[in-house]
Design a protein around this ligand. Structure first.
Ligand code: AMP
Ligand code: ZN
Length: 446
């Protein structure tokens, strides 16, 4: 179902007019209320009155994650704290988190865009919704929670992890829709089989998966294993949380951006220049309606492309591709740009190995080296024998060596790079425990 039909199917010229009006209001709003932006505008010789419509967007300054950090915790807020009724923080792995706030109206908008995401995913009022996104400072849990309530789903606020309990709920509460990270969906599929539960017997129709990068190959595997649709949802706390964009289940081909609230651009990461449809670059958002922490041209660091092609679902809002990598977590190995997603795509579909793998960066002499540790299947493990993985294995034995070489060759074809490949016993590969999965291990500095 299309949750907000007038908005989601709005003719593009009308949408552009709405965006233009909101952009002009936003410029005046931040100039008035956020000293950080007033200074930036003054420096560029921009007055609020000079921002009239979308054509003025490229003249506006970028905002970076470091700007939020530098103004930690509440320095970019545009309203007094008594109007901020919720805060969240980003899951940043290093240093202080980036903190965001919400007014009552911001929370209204957030519930609205998340309700649209449920509609996009094929959920319907009355569905049983198992929310396995983490509740807490992370935006995932509460964001999806209020969106589901807005649509009229029955929310099971189970939060992340504790797989045995997730399985019990899936069975006993007859879950129709579940949200979690894609890596957790894979781990769940394995655990279901281990527990002797056939996913085909569960009523769950759709998994809404996001918060971390995944691939189409992974979707094929998740859908096959879980006997359900898997759709991609995207968001980031700086912009609102989940609900920035979501695939429609009809096309599963790019995520419709909630463009009436979030103005999207794709720019060249180095020059900041606007890129046309289809070209991969850094995704940039301007929040058109946020009150507590409005952001202008925020550099997400996420790499993707965009399309304005008409979609079969009838929605007119532009679509962004999957996130293909991060402008800043792109690995550069001996001059070759490598995205973890490429490694994942290369490994998917290979026989005898599972999707669970670790990417390890090491240094050999003065050169960076890449090691990929991949987990083998139970069948392969039993076939070659446990002692192969006990640490005392003799190098180069038959099937083990052949599989390593095979994986290595596949990676060489995809990445154009020689990698070291090691095999892990079943269960030894990294798995999500509910939250975001940390796949890359950088041992170059230790
Ligand atoms: P946070 O603000 O902590 O929720 O983190 C937001 C970041 O998570 C985004 O900038 C993306 O890098 C990542 N992310 C969220 N959803 C997706 C998705 N569907 N695919 C890939 N990356 C995602
Ligand atoms: Zn669509």
């Amino acid at each position: 179902m299309i949750w907000n039909e007038p908005i989601e199917t709005m003719p593009r010229p009308d949408l552009a007019a709405l965006q233009s009006a909101r952009l002009a209001t936003l410029a005046a709003y931040v100039y008035e209320r956020v000293p950080f932006y007033r200074k930036k505008f003054d420096k560029l010789g921009l007055t609020p009155a000079s921002v009239k419509d979308l054509h003025d967007l490229p003249r506006l300054p970028f905002t970076k994650k470091s700007d939020l950090r530098d103004n930690y915790p509440f320095g970019l807020f545009a309203v007094p704290m008594d109007q901020v009724i919720r805060v969240h923080a980003s899951s940043g792995t290093t240093g202080k988190p980036t903190v965001v706030g919400y007014t009552r109206q911001d929370l209204e908008v957030w519930a609205e865009v998340c309700a649209r995401c449920f509609g996009l995913s094929g959920a319907r009022p009355g569905d049983m919704f198992q929310n396995a996104y983490g509740y807490g400072l992370f935006t995932g849990g509460l964001g999806m929670h209020y969106g589901a309530e807005r649509m009229g789903l029955t929310v099971i606020p189970v939060s992340g992890g504790v797989t045995a309990r997730q399985i019990m709920l899936l069975q006993d509460f007859r879950t129709d829709v579940m949200a979690c990270t894609p890596s957790y969906a894979l781990a769940l599929a394995d655990k279901l089989l281990e527990a002797g539960v056939n996913p085909a017997d569960l009523p769950v129709r759709v998994f809404i998966l996001g918060a971390e990068p995944w691939t189409d190959e992974m979707r094929v595997e998740i859908e096959a294993k879980l006997h359900a649709d898997a759709v991609n949802i995207y968001g980031l706390s700086e912009i609102i949380g989940p609900g920035v964009s979501n695939e429609c289940v009809e096309a599963k081909s790019g995520m419709h951006i909630m463009e009436d609230h979030f103005l999207a651009e794709v720019v060249a990461p180095d020059t900041g220049e606007l890129l046309p449809d289809g070209q991969v670059g850094e995704l940039v958002f301007t929040t058109l309606t946020k009150q507590a922490i409005p952001l202008i041209r925020y550099r997400t660091g996420d790499l993707c492309s965009m399309t304005h092609e008409v979609c079969i679902c009838g929605r007119t809002h532009a679509r962004m591709s999957r996130i293909l990598g991060r402008a800043d977590d792109m690995l550069i190995i001996r001059g070759v740009n490598v995205f973890p997603s490429q490694i994942e795509a290369a490994l998917m579909g290979l026989e005898q190995i599972t999707p669970h793998h670790r990417i390890i960066l090491t240094r050999e002499g003065r050169l960076d080296a890449l090691e990929v540790a991949v987990e083998v299947t139970e069948t392969f493990f039993r076939h070659v024998g446990e002692e192969m993985f006990s640490g005392q294995r003799q190098q180069g034995i038959g099937d083990v060596q052949a599989l390593e070489a095979h994986v290595q060759q596949r990676l060489r074809e995809t990445l154009g790079l020689n990698t070291k490949v090691t095999l892990l016993a079943p269960g030894q590969g990294p798995r999500s425990e509910g939250g975001k999965l940390q796949r890359v291990e950088d041992r170059r500095l230790v």
